[in-house]
Design a protein around this ligand. Sequence first.
Ligand code: IPM
Ligand code: MN
Length: 349
Amino acid sequence: MHRIAVIPGDGTGPEVIREGLKVLAAAAKKFAFKYEIKEFDFSGQRYLKTGKLVDDKDIEELKDYSAIYLGAVGDPDVKPGIIETGVLLKLRFALDQYINLRPVKLYDQRFCPLKDKTPQDIDFVVVRENSEGLYKGMGEFQNKGSQDEVAIQISYNTRKGVERCIRYAFEYTRKRNRKKNLTLCGKTNVLTYAWDLWQRTFNEVAKDYPDIKTDYAHVDATTMWFVKNPEWFDVIVTDNMFGDIITDLGAMIQGGMGIAAGGNINPQGVSMFEPIGGSAPKYTGRNVINPLAAVCALSMMLETLGEGKAALAVEAAVIEVARKKIKSLAAGKMGYSTTEVGDLVASRI
Ligand code: IPM
Ligand code: MN
């Protein structure tokens, strides 16, 4: 029995999660597995009403679940940073989901903004460190509000934190078994403390994986290669902020936020799966948002739950709907409503 905690969240989150759960029900029927869900209402609106975000008691409760399925976080009525740190980052950090796994896979050439690139060319995975770096929240103001103000934001990198992320990336590259190539994406030429540690750790861990080819690219060059030669990549490992930035570009070359999904992974604990596009306030409640990214996140969750066949079936259904039915992956331009796209996928499981 899989116990799934569902956090619909803000904006279009509830709409896309509803479609994901429709597909989950179809997959459970077809592949004969059992699950139960419990909804948690962490959101901007709840925060405005009650002042509550995610507290330690919530975290303890969530530890009893097999996985978490999250819609979106971000509410324009709440000052930026409050729910992002109080809900999303709190969950990632407190549950020690130290990997953010973001596959970048083009399902149909029509959806790619790059000239002449095909699904063969765009199929790689970014392993983003998800617990440290600049997102740790360390820093301070000095002389706040004055002309002499200084704002310091610290990138916090521990040997243990960097090493567990790099090891995960090597293992993942081996298991993926494609080009068997792992690229470290960093900025060794300027950020000479943090990236010295990353580079040294990468080189040392690489010795344990003689079957994996390795290379290195600066983050600025990486964005260039994403556009020019995305076919070079297999698996990329990088820190929290660089991973955040390059995966938005990755999402664009795979067809946009309507299709991009990710997993916040704790290999020994509770992982959380989400579409990476955010809460899209301007499309909220209009039944126009693309639920496929949430369905792809569901597929990743099924894989982690040990339902590999169901995961593949869900992905295959998404691919078929994307290739044969949908006009565009963009909100409002799909040729179908949100609920219709969910029905199209569910009926193909
Ligand atoms: C993401 C988002 C989050 C991040 C924000 C909402 C905290 O941009 O999942 O990529 O920066 O990680
Ligand atoms: Mn982001």
